[in-house]
Design a protein around this ligand. Structure first.
Ligand SMILES: [Zn+2]
Ligand SMILES: [Zn+2]
Length: 432
């Protein structure tokens, strides 16, 4: 019997709204640093819709999908004993290992990757783009796999705040549909929250000391007027409650609750179904996870009133913009306080920037933009995944991020329904 040479793959065809499940060649190793992964599950993501709608500036037929989990079935000649001085996976990744991939390839070896900015590796590429075939298929080729993949079969190969035995026990219990969230949406949500909480502009709120003494090692508060309790409340708006926005909200809630920072969070979306999902997710989180802060879910207009009411018109300490369009960015500007922080992780297109230099000057606003370095963000995202299985563990429940797992043949219909907001996050099983 000869081994099969063709596989099923979800393919995008120009100009727009044309998704087909086709038989194409199974990928082969082309370069010594590569791996071939047999995909167990591949997910559909909000950012797939940019290309689907014809807004991606793309005209090449290609296999879709940048979120996948699977098993290594072939490795290039770089793997093995002679890999000293290279990322650890070149030494210890084996055929048969279970892996999850971040949504971009990165080498793990250049000056960009060494600093943890893995989403912008010069050798990188986005899965499911004209540059690199995607993971909504039975097999996927992973360039620079030793710098890119996470070896779920060997948890000693990545850092974690969890002890190794807890990590191993967690891994044995986590469903593939849950681990798949590590490919993009969970690290991206954690990244949005982490950028806000670690921004220097928020230091006065966190330390209770005014700018710039908040950075001084002395304890001098230097001000004849002391902070009041209200000044210490970290107020956050999250714009956009697709799966990433929900992850960003949960991540923000987790960091504020676990550090016992007084907070208020408003999560915002124009779609009622998305607001209901966010409410169900919040309800599923235990009391310790909710912390002592206030939480609200609002429409756009309600959010403006809510921030005004909460902050006496001052504005939010930070805004997480998880949509990627000009109206979301304009809303972020409206909601943020002077000396506030906007962290934007939505995929913005070519539309002109909706803010003027004057507007940015007038509010001393800090804008933090761009793609999550998912490879670097994996450890905190994994820890949150383990902690919040009440939200990230299920499929199809009111509080689940994953709406359904379907056969890959349903991809054209699922793209259509996802584009219309009729379904939540969908995962394809390419073997069903
Ligand atoms: Zn994604
Ligand atoms: Zn690199």
């Amino acid at each position: 019997m000869t081994s099969p040479t063709l596989q099923k793959a979800v393919r995008w065809h120009p100009p727009a709204y044309d998704i087909r499940v086709e038989a194409i060649a199974i990928p082969q190793i082309q370069n010594s640093d590569e791996a071939i992964v047999k995909v167990k599950l591949g997910a559909l993501c909000g950012s797939d819709l940019h290309v689907y709608r014809g807004n991606g500036g793309v005209d090449k037929v290609h296999t879709c999908g940048h979120e996948f989990i699977g098993e290594v079935i072939a490795l290039g000649s770089s793997y093995g004993n002679n890999a000293r001085g290279r990322p650890a996976l070149y030494s210890n990744l084996k055929v048969g290992d279970k892996v999850v991939s971040p949504f971009t390839v990165n080498c793990g070896e250049c000056d960009v990757c060494r600093l943890g900015y893995t989403g912008r590796c010069p050798k990188g590429a986005l899965f499911g783009s004209p540059a690199l075939e995607g993971g909504q298929a039975q097999y996927v080729r992973v360039p620079k796999a030793g710098g890119t993949l996470f070896n779920l079969s060997d948890p000693s190969t990545w850092s974690s705040s969890l002890p190794i035995d807890v990590k191993e026990k967690a891994l044995s219990k986590l469903a593939d549909s849950s681990l798949l969230l590590l490919a993009d949406i969970l690290p991206t949500g954690v990244f949005a929250a982490m950028q806000a909480i670690n921004h220097p502009k928020v230091a006065p709120v966190l330390t209770g000391r005014p700018w710039p003494l908040c950075f001084s090692p002395s304890t001098d508060t230097g001000n004849e007027v002391s902070f009041n309790a209200e000044d210490r409340i970290f107020t956050v708006a999250v714009i956009g409650l697709g799966p990433v926005g929900v992850c960003a909200t949960v991540a923000m809630l987790d960091v504020l609750a676990s550090k016992q920072i007084p907070f208020r969070i408003v999560s915002i979306d124009p779609l009622e179904s998305r607001r209901e999902k966010m409410k169900a997710v919040y309800a599923a989180i235990d009391e310790a996870g909710k912390g002592g802060g206030q939480f609200a879910v609002c429409s756009i207009d309600e959010s403006k009133e809510k921030i005004k009411e909460w902050t006496s018109g001052i504005g939010a300490t930070a805004v997480l913009e998880v949509v990627g369009n000009t109206s979301a960015l304009s809303l972020a500007y409206d909601l943020v306080r002077a000396f506030g922080v906007i962290t934007s992780v939505g995929v913005h297109g070519k539309t002109p920037f909706p803010l003027t230099g004057g507007q940015c000057y007038d509010k001393n606003v800090s804008l933090d933009f761009g793609r999550c370095p998912a490879r670097a963000m994996f450890p905190p995202a994994f820890d949150l995944l383990v902690k919040r299985q009440d939200v990230f563990g299920g499929v199809g429940q009111p509080a689940s991020l994953v709406d359904r797992v379907v056969a890959i043949d349903q991809a054209p219909e699922m793209y259509r329904a996802f584009d219309k907001g009729e379904v939540g996050k969908v995962i394809f099983d390419p073997w069903k």
